[in-house]
Every structure is written in C-alpha cells, then in structure tokens.
Write a protein that binds this ligand. Structure first.
Ligand SMILES: [Zn+2]
Length: 467
C-alpha cells in the first residue's frame, strides 16, 4: 500500500447502525479531519490494525455533561473544560455538551460567548458544545433550532429553576419549535417528601411522573422538540410518554449509566453506596432499572448520556460534616471511616441522609458500553445507535452555530464518507478494573471504583489522530 502522509487508515471490525459489524478499512484525510473512504473486506492493510477482539465505532458522544468551568472560576476546583475533556477522551468520548447551570448560568448571548471563546482558546481535540439555560427572563438566541436549550423543571443543583406548570407554560410560549432538554421533577412533591428516610423516598417516582403529566401537554401546546434528561423511571412514565408520542409529540429520552447500573435494592443492602450514587432524580426500585435497560435496548430511550456531574468526595460525604467538631482536621470521608468503625448503625443512618447529588461518569463511558453488551445483551449496533449515532444526530445540527469557522463535514455519528474522522475502538474481550489513579476527572473518584468491568477503551481517534 502506498504511504500518504496526509492520510491515515484504520482496519478492523466496523460497527454502523443498523448493519451487522463488518470487516473494513476507514481512510481519514488528516488535513480536513474527515473520512474519505470506507472499504469493505478482510485482510486489508492499514496504518492502525485492530483484531477480532475490538469493535470500531464512529466516535462516542455524550449529550449531557457538567464541566463546571465559567467566568467566575468558582467551581473549577471540581472540573474545568480541560480536565472534563480529558476524562471524556479517557472514556472514549469525542464530543460532549456542557450544561448551563454553572455559577454564572449560561442564559444569554454574553455568557454563551464567554464559553465559546474559552472552548476556542483551549482548542482541545474533544469537541465541546454548550447548552443555553432558560428561565422566566430569557428568550431564544437565534432562529428556531439553532441552539440547544435546557429547562430545570424542579429544583436540582444551581439556581436555574422553574417550579410550577403555569410558569412553565409562559416560558415555553417563547421557545416554540425549539429543541429543549428538560430536568423533570415536580418540586412541590419533593417538598412534601423531605422527611423521607433515603434519597429515593425524598424524591419518589411520583415527583417524576407528576412533572411529566404537567410538562407533556405544554410540549404539545408549544410544539417543543423535547429531550427528557436522565430518565429514572419505567412503568407508568413510559405509558404517558408513549401516549404523547402517538399523538405526534417529539419526545426523546436520555438515560444515565447511574440509573442503569444501580437500584435501591443495592443501597438497601449497602447504605454506604449512597455516597456514590445520590443524584437527582434518584435511583428507584429494580423494576425501574430493568425497564430502563430494556427501553435503551429496544429504542424507546434514544441516548446513553452520562450526566457527568463531578463533586469532590468532601462534598459527597457532606452529611458527616456534622461531626467536624469532634474530629478537627479530618475530612468528611475520614470522619465517615471513623464512624463506620466505631458505630456501624450510626454510619448507616448518616449515609442515607441528604448529601450532595451528582457523580462523575465520563471516564467510564466506554466501559459502560462494553458492560451493556456483555451483561445485558446489547448488540454492537445497539451501542452504535445510543452512544454514537443518536448523540451525533443531536449535536450535528448545532455545530455551525457553536463553531463559526470550523467545518465538521457531515458531523459525528457514522462511519461513512464525509463524516468526522473520529473513532472509538472498544476491546470487548479485555477487562478493566476502575482505579482512581487512572481517572482524568479532577475530582478523582468514580462510582465504579474497585469494580471490574468487561471491556476496555483500546484507542480513540479524533480527526484521524490517535490518542
Ligand atoms: Zn445534569
């Protein structure tokens, strides 16, 4: 084969939606960063060769991340664009979309511009997009469909919050036909449930379902193209969503690895898990988890989305801060260890109290894809659909308005001519022990720490360059 320094070739088992994996060679033009050729066939020569243990996907994408950095810098101790992007790359993720609930929320053109300038200045190989937050004071930035918006219906983390249905009606009236992602939890039910024993009791299924009952008629009324974030419940909520989809509403769903991996049977058995898995909305009973896994596999749910939400361990163990006076100089986690050794019952009781919600997930994204294939019977094409193709379709429409002077060709999500030369190679035969020394997130811990996951991220290519 003729060596061409402006091109790179990659050979292996290629995965596209909806085909079966096939042997083939991808050619990427390094000057434009795009795929110029896909050839089918076995035993083709290439610069980068991957064997039968590996699957080659169009680069994985994540449509829901909290990267923390903003002009105040106040939360840069948790994460910043550079460390968040490094965690993404480590997890096999080539594009991420940052949520707007930073300390100075991204709600207007000025803040949005600050973030776009910052992303441009950093010039990280991982492509970073920004959502724009919505509240009672905001209006769309451009023409319908040019920017991704986020509404916090219910209080989560940060100050961007819409509490009541009539308030939401007025707001969505300004965002007709726009593409809006929603956090859905009905705050009055959360308030009624504050006395609950565990985080799931304090944020019960009903607060999600009631939020949904209020939200979907408004989505229909205002022609919103909706994406419901980190979906946490099956059962009734699936029925309500199916009913509105049947009426022609555009409603997509994300599910987070946390809701796919954990349920309340596990936290009942080991309350210390709450320190890793508290998030909003809360994990629920095993039946919900199994509905979510099934829904992601059969296409009811469109996106595997991390909701990467880094908090420090000190913040995750915040309920143990009440003993600070007794243990001067100790961290919350050190205090938790002492309490556990001295009084297991007291330890269990403090663990179920309210701590900080959210966990870092970008580092382990590729491993979760391998786990879904190995443990839950996802086909490689299923993974390509929920982790690569659908996230690609979601962001491609926004790229020209976020990167004014960069050409992404046909964008992300497919192994085809004209698409980005960004590929994720997963080794499905290896195993990976999740170890904090390997993590790139600034907070340096993972809910999966110590677990052995099937698979490994073998290689990541961005615009043809191997990382
Ligand atoms: Zn989130």
């Amino acid at each position: 084969m003729q060596r061409d320094e402006h091109k790179t070739t990659i050979y292996g088992h290629l995965v596209r939606v909806p085909e079966l994996p096939f042997w083939g060679r991808v050619t990427i033009d390094l000057q434009i960063g795009l795929i110029t050729k896909i050839e089918r066939g076995e035993h083709l020569e290439a610069d980068h060769m991957f064997g039968g243990d590996c699957l080659i996907f169009a680069g994985l994408g994540d449509v829901h991340d909290h990267l923390r950095e903003d002009n105040t810098g106040k939360q840069n101790y948790k994460e910043d664009y550079t460390t968040g992007a490094a965690a993404a790359l480590h997890g096999g993720v080539v594009h991420v979309s940052a949520m707007p609930n930073t300390v100075d929320p991204v709600i207007g053109g000025q803040q949005f511009q600050w973030h776009r300038n910052r992303v441009r200045e950093l010039d990280h190989p991982v492509v970073i997009l920004n959502y724009i937050g919505v509240d009672a004071t905001t209006r769309p930035l451009g023409k319908a469909g040019e920017y991704p918006y986020k509404v916090y219906f219910g209080k989560s983390v940060g100050t961007l919050t819409v509490t009541y249905g009539d308030e939401l009606d007025t707001i969505l009236g300004h965002y007709r036909e726009e593409r809006v992602s929603f956090h859905v939890e009905y705050e009055p039910i959360v308030q009624m449930s504050v006395g609950g024993r565990t985080h799931s009791d304090r944020r019960p299924v009903e607060c999600v379902n009631e939020g949904l009952r209020l939200l979907l008629p408004l989505i229909e009324k205002h022609g919103i193209k909706a994406k419901l974030c980190h979906w946490s419940t099956g059962g009734k909520s699936f029925e309500i969503i199916a009913e509105y989809r049947a009426r022609g509403c555009d409603i997509e769903l994300e599910v987070s690895p946390l809701h796919l991996y954990f349920d309340t049977s596990m936290t009942d058995e080991d309350p210390s898990l709450w320190m890793k898995v508290q998030m909003n909305p809360a994990i629920q009973a095993p039946q919900h988890r199994s509905d979510l896994i099934k829904g992601l596999k059969n296409g009811f749910i469109q996106y595997l989305a991390n909701d990467h939400a880094p908090h420090t361990e000190e913040e995750k163990f915040s309920a143990f801060g009440q003993f600070k006076n007794q243990f001067p100089g100790k961290t919350n986690k050190e205090i938790a260890d002492i309490v556990r050794d001295n009084s297991p019952d007291l330890f269990a009781e403090i663990c179920v109290r309210n701590n900080t919600s959210g966990a870092p997930w970008l580092d382990t994204h590729g491993l979760i894809c391998c786990w879904l294939m190995r443990e839950h019977g996802f086909t490689p094409q299923d993974i390509a659909r929920v982790a690569s193709y659908n996230p690609g379709v979601f962001v491609n429409r926004f790229l020209p308005f976020q990167f004014l002077d960069r050409d992404f060709g046909k964008g992300f999500g497919d192994l085809a001519e004209g698409y980005m030369g960004s590929l994720t190679v997963l080794n499905t035969k290896k195993e990976t022990v999740v170890d904090r020394k390997d993590l790139k997130t600034k907070v340096g811990w993972s809910p999966l720490e110590g677990e052995t996951l099937p698979g490994a991220v073998e290689a990541v290519f961005i615009a043809g360059v191997r990382y």
